[in-house]
Design a protein. Structure first.
Length: 389
């Protein structure tokens, strides 16, 4: 195939963006990152960036919906495709469609939809996130209490049934025996703690059994207190796990997030959106089970004021991490690319601009407005941009 060269941009291939480099792409992979005067650049099909940022594509492990589609309501390959296309507008090149607690029949449909989408090579689909239903009713948040259930043989079988891609399962560790967590992990399921009323000791037992991360840290879990560290304390104390953060100014106070980032081991904080249908869609409202939620002033709320996911997109999450948390562009982008790739076990192929990695790329301006999104070396979104061939 023809070699493509992304030229005259500010490339985030190291710690922070640098000028004077070109990115060579061939057959969906990054061939090399070279100086812009390298002879191979002149031979390639060139994409002129005119000083724009060239970033590794964003990876979102918690996407409930987008483009006016809620995954629970449309657990089909076409629903998955529409959600992925909506988020590509904001630089997301890899995602896990996320199913909120539901019946086993809906879970089976969701797993089949993601499996089919991956088989059909729908751009950006990396697997599925089953957020429940094996959760604590005490910390269920907006999840329907009628859908929450104890895990059994059938539930465990569904959770481990995806044939292609990654499966992330959020559960409450106090509600699932450690032996069963070990069995899920042995089947390749990535297990995260969330929507949990567990004590520190109960979470610690889950970590010892193989829990790998924490779903939307601070939200819907036991807090860190002086004599009972809770789930939050266990998350910050453990150096090996990853934590998802919703940086929208509504779910967690920025000062709390800054403190948590300083406390956690480096490279273990992941930006997530917890996005709902309004992201990339036309309507601010959507149905969530028997409730109607509305995206208003940057927050998705039910009539009683309960947060119902978010209307956050990944480019905004990166931007907020800089403006609200004081992070550098490079670190904020790594929290949206390299770190989630590592959490999913994809660190050798995704999340970086480096030779051998998938050519999942984002062209953005200084305000982090996404101009172009490329998945596997193919453009999947192009908005208003100065970048040209």
């Amino acid at each position: 195939m023809t070699i493509q060269a992304f030229i005259n941009g500010r490339v985030l291939a190291g710690t922070e963006p640098e000028t004077g480099f070109a990115v060579l792409v061939e057959d969906g992979r990054i061939l090399d990152v070279v100086r812009d005067n390298d002879p191979n650049v002149a031979k390639a099909r060139r994409h002129e960036l005119n000083g724009a940022l060239l970033l590794p594509g964003f990876i979102d492990i918690q996407v409930n919906g987008g483009g006016d589609v809620l995954f629970n309501d449309t657990p089909t390959p076409e629903g998955v495709r529409r959600i992925a296309a909506a988020h590509a507008r904001y630089g997301t090149t890899g995602l896990l469609p996320t199913l909120i607690s539901d019946d086993l029949a809906v879970m089976r449909s969701a797993v089949a939809a993601v499996d089919a989408a991956i088989e059909q090579q729908v751009p950006g689909i990396l697997g599925i996130h089953l957020e429940g239903p094996f959760l604590s009713t005490q910390r269920r948040g907006v999840h329907d209490a009628a859908k929450i259930r104890a895990i059994d043989v059938d539930g465990a079988a569904v959770a481990g049934s995806l044939r292609r891609g990654r499966t992330l399962l959020t559960l409450a560790p106090e509600c699932v025996e450690a032996a069963l967590i070990r069995q899920l992990v042995a089947r390749g399921v990535i297990v995260a703690a969330g929507h949990t009323a567990a004590s520190y000791a109960q979470v610690r037992a889950g970590l010892d059994a193989g829990i790998r991360g924490f779903t939307h840290l601070f939200n819907a879990m036991t807090p860190l207190t002086s004599r009972e560290p809770g789930a939050v304390g266990a998350a910050l104390d453990d150096a090996a796990t990853w934590c998802g953060l919703i940086v929208d100014g509504h779910h967690v106070h920025p000062a709390t997030l800054r403190t948590a980032i300083r406390a956690k081991a480096p490279g273990r904080m992941i930006l997530v959106t917890d996005a709902m249908p309004p992201v990339g869609g036309d309507s601010p409202g959507f149905r969530l089970g028997e409730q109607t939620a509305v995206c208003r002033d940057g927050a998705c709320l039910t009539p009683d004021g309960t947060l119902a996911g978010s209307c956050l997109d990944m480019a905004s999450a990166v931007r907020n991490s800089m403006t609200m948390l004081g992070l550098s562009l490079g670190e904020a982008v790594r929290m949206a690319s390299a770190y989630p790739a590592a959490f999913l076990g994809l660190e050798a192929t995704h999340g970086r601009i480096a030779p051998g990695y998938r050519a999942d790329l984002v062209v953005a301006d200084d305000a982090l407005t996404v101009k172009q999104t490329w998945i596997g070396g193919i453009p999947v979104y192009s908005g208003s941009t100065d970048a040209r061939e």
